[in-house]
Design a protein around this ligand. Structure first.
Ligand SMILES: [Zn+2]
Ligand SMILES: [Zn+2]
Length: 422
């Protein structure tokens, strides 16, 4: 055994796992493109400043979880810990705000966070990310929510519902924050150390504290939705109307916050049942202040990200079947050293003709090659021996029926192509 092991919190995705990955990616892509989303690829690393500014310096991600390094040019770079900051940076840098708005974008690939590894959560993990930029309409929030929920539904997730909250805007959020801080004044001595700090730096985050001692205080805390300005209240009411209209179940969750200044209005989580209790599978929200925070033009935006490792973990636990990777149509077996050049040539001809072909390597007995052909799942096996070559033919066995035919070598490729065409 080599002493080299993959780093803690990373994953090798083996060939036998790939059918899940292919299926999940293809499904998510199909649904996103059907809703008019276009793919955007952004770099795996960006300048550290982008994430510090785009995610916020008071957050766990920026303070504790980023993979930050100095390159040889002495630039501070960070492996992306999420997609949104890079996507909005690309939108601004490439002048996408002058295109017809909104711009709908999907991205997929690895993100990196130094977290405590647990089931379905990795330090390098793969996200499927959706963003709508340049639309203030609550129908955009709805579209993001429905699309991600439909992606989960199509992969076998059941009992999907939303948890929903609004976190206001620069006009109404500061007023609520003051009310919240005022309420917490009475409990200064009772809240956990983290919350003491949050009350100064990131007050909304006290609402999603998990510490036992903070729970009764959170339970009686004032609700932000009761302190929204007219615009935010109207936006939230319309979104809820749409959800009611489409009979999509949701629950108001006053504790649901994304405690960053540029997060505005809608925040949501998708919850699923199935295995164990109902739990959150992904979350997203609106960030109308982000583009400006990154020195871009004011641009409303809303987005969501889903973790693919966790999706696949749940699919497996629930026994969801996915289409297997395609097996070779033809296995080329060859008996005797003299038949080998003809086997190599036939293999090339078949592949040039678009037929998925597997060539047996090394000199082995026919029986062992037939066993391999079975194991590889080939539909046909072509057997080339010295006898056949002398007659200018190949023996072709249908691996399902066991029938065998003799076919002229000159016609063999066309013969097989005709029978294996999809
Ligand atoms: Zn507001
Ligand atoms: Zn707390």
């Amino acid at each position: 055994m080599s002493h080299f092991q993959r780093p803690t919190g990373t994953l090798d995705i083996l060939p036998e796992e790939q059918p899940y990955w292919r299926h999940v990616r293809a499904h998510a892509t199909r649904l996103a493109e059907r809703a008019g989303f276009e793919r955007l690829d952004v770099p795996v690393f960006e300048s550290t400043d982008l994430f510090a500014r785009g995610i916020g310096t008071g957050t766990d991600i920026v303070e504790k979880e980023m993979y930050t390094f100095c390159d040889k040019g002495d630039n501070s770079l960070t492996l992306r810990p999420e997609f949104t900051a890079g996507v909005v940076r690309a939108y601004i840098e490439n002048g996408m705000h002058v295109r017809p708005q909104p711009v709908k974008l999907y991205s997929t690939g690895p993100i990196f966070r130094y977290e405590r590894p647990q089931a379905g959560r990795y330090r390098q993990h793969t996200q499927f990310n959706l963003e709508i930029l340049g639309a203030q309409d609550p129908a955009a929030d709805l579209e993001i929510m429905l699309l991600i929920a439909d992606i989960y539904a199509g992969l076998g997730f059941e009992n999907l519902s939303f948890q929903l909250n609004s976190t206001g805007c620069p006009a109404c959020k500061p007023g609520y924050v003051a009310i919240l801080q005022d309420y917490y004044q009475h409990y200064r001595d009772q809240v956990c150390d983290d919350c003491q700090r949050r009350l100064e730096q990131n007050p909304l985050r006290v609402l999603d504290c998990k510490a036992e001692q903070c729970q009764p205080i959170i339970a009686n805390a004032p609700h932000i939705v009761e302190h929204l300005c007219d615009e935010c209240r109207g936006h939230f009411a319309l979104l809820r109307e749409y959800l009611d209209l489409l009979k999509r179940p949701y629950k108001l969750n006053h504790r649901l916050v994304r405690g960053l200044d540029y997060y505005t209005k809608t925040v949501f989580e998708v919850w699923a049942g199935g295995i164990g209790a109902q739990s959150a599978v992904c979350g997203g929200g609106r960030y109308d202040g982000l583009a400006q925070a990154l020195d871009g033009p004011p641009t409303p935006g809303v987005g969501v990200a889903a973790g693919l490792e966790r999706i696949i973990l749940v699919m497996k636990a629930q026994g969801v079947k996915v289409p297997p990777l395609p097996a070779p149509a033809v296995f080329v077996a060859c008996v005797g050293e003299k038949a080998r050049p003809a086997a190599v040539q036939l293999t090339d001809e078949l592949r040039q003709a678009g037929v998925a072909t597997w060539l047996a390597f090394e000199q082995r007995g026919l029986r062992s090659q037939m066993r391999e052909a079975n194991k590889r799942g080939a539909s046909y096996t072509v057997i080339l021996g010295e006898d056949e070559l002398a007659r200018g033919v190949g023996a072709v066995r249908n691996m399902h029926s066991g029938e065998q035919a003799t076919v002229d070598l000159a016609e063999l490729t066309a013969w097989i192509q005709h029978r294996t065409a999809a």
